[in-house]
Design a protein around this ligand. Structure first.
Ligand SMILES: NC(=O)c1ccc[n+]([C@@H]2O[C@H](COP(=O)([O-])OP(=O)(O)OC[C@H]3O[C@@H](n4cnc5c(N)ncnc54)[C@H](OP(=O)(O)O)[C@@H]3O)[C@@H](O)[C@H]2O)c1
Length: 276
């Protein structure tokens, strides 16, 4: 039997085993995806174990996405530019790191919002999810403004991406949102504000939202955050983090197996697990 793992600490609440195992089963593949709780300090030893046996690869989550890079044989261009790996693929015994949060997240967004070319995109947050999404959006000819609680972190992110970006990149503090949101076409929340259990919080005051927006919240629990509810009430288009979760998983699946999984099935499994 072939094996895949989710390496993180803690990992118990992940949707990934249900999502991947359903896709393996539907395709009749003799493979299993399991949780690998790996304490910080034991990561190197676990990565070495991936080199043995019938392992296809792994996903990597908090707190190992950055640290894991130095244990791999190779890191692809996107993951390198972001400075984080969420997927490891084993080929001929060699381990390569990728970042499918970036590619999967922006693929989901692009499909739903009608394209990013020439649009004004505002991204709230400058942490791990933002780094992945901002990098991928910066490949497109558009205007991106990153607003973060700590302005210094937004500045660092933008400064790092500017030399290779196709997009015009700006940054600022969250206090600039009232001015910036007026001209925003696509608003992305990549902060955890509104995530379960604090579901009555929103990173955007209701009165700032308008019908000209497309709002993407990377949070998937709950599926419909207060931000998305408020945006919908104003007539804005919306997208939850579920599709990003499914697409990052589907891309990893494709790289591990060479086979296209059913994203509809994966999405149904995630929504069922989230009670949606
Ligand atoms: N859908 C998916 O597939 C997917 C994938 C990855 C992550 N996510 C979700 O994305 C969210 C962020 O995860 P992450 O890994 O990027 O976290 P992170 O690295 O800790 O970054 C969090 C960011 O949010 C900001 N922030 C935190 N609390 C805030 C508050 N109360 N008010 C304003 N800003 C605040 C932080 O600002 P400072 O820099 O000022 O601290 C930081 O920029 C989580 O909800 C996670 O579940 C979803």
């Amino acid at each position: 039997m072939k094996r895949c793992y989710l390496i993180g600490y803690p990992v118990e609440h992940s949707m990934s085993p249900a999502m991947h195992n359903a896709a393996f089963k539907a395709l009749g593949l003799d493979a299993e995806y399991s949780l690998a709780p790996v304490e910080p300090g034991r990561l190197g030893a676990f990565i070495e174990k991936l080199r043995e046996g019938d392992v296809l690869g792994a996903n990597v989550t908090i707190p190992h996405k950055v640290e894991v890079m130095r244990h791999l044989d190779q890191v692809d261009e996107t993951a390198n530019a972001i400075g984080a790996v969420n997927t490891i693929v084993k080929r001929d015994g060699r381990l390569t790191g990728y970042n499918t949060d970036a590619t999967g997240g922006v693929k989901a967004l692009t499909e739903e919002c009608g394209g990013l070319n020439g649009r004004n995109v505002t991204i709230l947050g400058a942490g791990g999810a933002s780094r992945a999404i901002t990098y991928q959006v910066s490949r497109v000819d558009c205007r991106v403004t990153v607003l973060n609680r700590s302005v210094e972190k937004a500045r660092k992110l933008v400064d790092k991406l500017r030399p290779t970006a196709s997009a015009q990149l700006l940054y600022g503090g969250l206090d600039q949102l009232p001015g910036v949101i007026v001209d925003t076409d696509v608003l992305i929340n990549s902060t955890p504000v509104g995530m379960s259990p604090k579901t009555s919080d929103s990173p955007v005051p209701e009165e700032l939202l308008h019908g000209g927006l497309f709002v993407f919240d990377v949070i998937y629990n709950p599926i419909k955050t207060k931000l998305l509810e408020d945006a919908e009430a104003k007539g804005a288009g919306t997208l939850s983090g579920v599709k990003m979760l499914v697409y990052q998983g589907a891309e990893a699946f494709r790289m591990w197996t060479g086979v296209e999984p059913s994203v509809d099935l994966m999405q149904r499994v995630v929504e069922k697990n989230l009670g949606g």
